[in-house]
Design a protein around this ligand. Structure first.
Ligand SMILES: Nc1ncnc2c1ncn2[C@@H]1O[C@H](COP(=O)(O)OP(=O)(O)OP(=O)(O)O)[C@@H](O)[C@H]1O
Length: 448
């Protein structure tokens, strides 16, 4: 009997969104029957056009615990081989190697997708490389903040091998290289919004997850200074930034999204096959006819908020990760053409701690008088810069108000933006959500 047998590999879903590759062997009575089955099965498989046949893979050998190459060779390459996927593999030699290769050199016609093995920084390289290449090929000027960008045709796969793998976690539900490889093999496709960030008419960066000014900007800058500490730098920098409790003054103008895309507190999480994301396309098309400008408040729907803030965050996805399983905005959508703008105003250290703590428990982190959250399509931020007071003015200030002059100096400082883990030193920025600009080899988080 064993002489006439064939083996089919299939995906088995295990716990916590993890997938596993299993085999089942069929035994046939005779050779002809066996060949018939193999032929029929292969025919079925080749008719599945969404499955990639050829991939360009970039491995960051220094991401996370520096195990990118090992993870790829031991866990991912065998899965691709079994699925008959052709791969070209590039082990990066420097930062931005993958981005630059994609921007100019790579012969993208050969591939059905590009894959990164690394963390969020490595994913960001592929995002920038692919989006820039697509705009160049279509003569779109990225420096124009109102330009309608052309969606990328190739999908991006993420094999998590970094110290932060937020994008993978928020789109797959787990950080497991084999699960991600299987999502690629079966040809999943998850559209994703991308925020374009400009200062006046100069393009700065793209963001897919978190843009954070104040608390998260300072935390990022601090953790860059402590890079030598490895992943522990995030915890230490978090504690230090929390204790500093800096306040930043400025004004934010934003264009609220329509009612059809829900609200950040509506308890409707974005899940696999999300209806909100699917239906958002029509509304987006209606909106894109209009060219809005901040400051034109009443007629075009822009709103402006001013004040002193501890944090200004824009979450284009939940930003859930193993450290913060609910994420910064638990009900943000991956592909609805919006971002959740979270404004944390001046409050005591204890209140801010309570707010942070709620990211880890069941309580609503937005249910505080000093926190407001808006679902928006665009926003711009203008920091308020003060002239630093002279020493005499500072001591006069202390006498009359009783405030420590250091605090007034803190209030006047300007922070930087953390843009998906990279620092942007420009404080005054304009952000537009580019609806479904890219697609990942993922399907969103499935209901369990
Ligand atoms: N060969 C290389 N040498 C040095 N840096 C590289 C190389 N390849 C990629 N990089 C850079 O390394 C940075 C971090 O990579 P990655 O995101 O893969 O790992 P990570 O550990 O999650 O990152 P982070 O420490 O920033 O959280 C990326 O910004 C990327 O540009």
């Amino acid at each position: 009997m064993d002489q006439y047998a064939f083996t089919v590999s299939f995906v088995r879903k295990t716990r916590q969104h993890q997938w596993w590759c299993s085999d089942v062997t069929f035994h046939c009575a005779d050779q002809e029957l066996c060949e018939q089955w193999v032929r029929a099965t292969n025919e079925q498989l080749s008719s599945l056009t969404n499955r990639p046949k050829s991939l360009l893979v970039y491995i960051n050998p220094y991401g996370g615990k520096q195990r990118g190459e090992r993870i790829y060779e031991q866990k991912v390459a065998p899965v691709f081989r079994r699925a008959g996927i052709f791969t070209d593999v590039i082990v990066t030699e420097r930062a931005n190697h993958a981005r630059d290769h994609l921007k100019t050199e790579a012969n993208l016609d050969k591939y059905d997708g590009v894959v990164c093995v690394g963390g969020d920084g490595m994913f960001s390289e592929l995002l920038h490389g692919l989006v820039t290449r697509t705009q160049t090929d279509h003569d779109v000027d990225q420096n124009q903040s109102d330009a309608e960008l052309v969606p990328c045709s190739l999908r991006i796969g993420i094999i998590p091998a970094g110290s932060t793998d937020c994008v993978c976690f928020a789109t797959v539900g787990t950080n497991d290289p084999i699960t991600s490889a299987l999502h690629i093999v079966v040809g999943d496709s998850q559209p994703m919004d991308v925020c374009s960030v400009h200062q006046k008419d100069v393009f700065l960066r793209y963001s897919i997850s978190l843009l954070g000014y104040g608390f998260y900007g300072d935390l990022q800058a601090e953790s860059e200074r402590k890079r030598w500490l490895g992943p522990a730098r995030y915890d230490l920098s978090g504690i230090k930034t929390f204790l500093c409790h800096n306040l930043y003054e400025g004004s934010i103008s934003f264009l609220p999204a329509g009612d059809n895309v829900g609200h950040p507190r509506d308890k409707q999480p974005c899940r696999s096959g999300c209806r909100v994301c699917q239906h958002s396309k029509d509304e987006h098309n209606e909106m894109s006819g209009e060219k809005e400008k901040p400051g034109d408040d009443s007629s075009r729907g822009w709103k402006t908020v001013q004040g002193e803030f501890i944090a200004i965050n824009s979450a284009s996805m939940s930003c859930a990760c193993p450290r913060c399983p609910k994420g910064l905005s638990p009900f943000a959508h991956l592909a609805d053409g919006t971002t959740d703008l979270i404004l944390v105003r001046k409050c005591s250290r204890l209140d801010f701690f309570r707010h942070l703590l709620r990211h880890t428990n069941k309580q609503d982190q937005f249910d505080h008088s000093f926190v407001e959250v808006h679902r928006v399509r665009k926003f711009s931020f203008q920091p308020r810069r003060h002239e630093l007071a002279s020493p005499e003015e500072q001591s006069e200030h202390l006498k009359t108000t009783g405030f420590n002059p250091k605090i007034s100096a803190q209030t006047s400082a300007v922070s930087s933006w953390s843009c998906d883990g990279e620092i942007l030193h420009q404080a005054a920025i304009r952000v537009s959500v580019q609806h479904q600009l890219i697609r990942l080899f993922a399907r969103g988080i499935e209901e369990q």
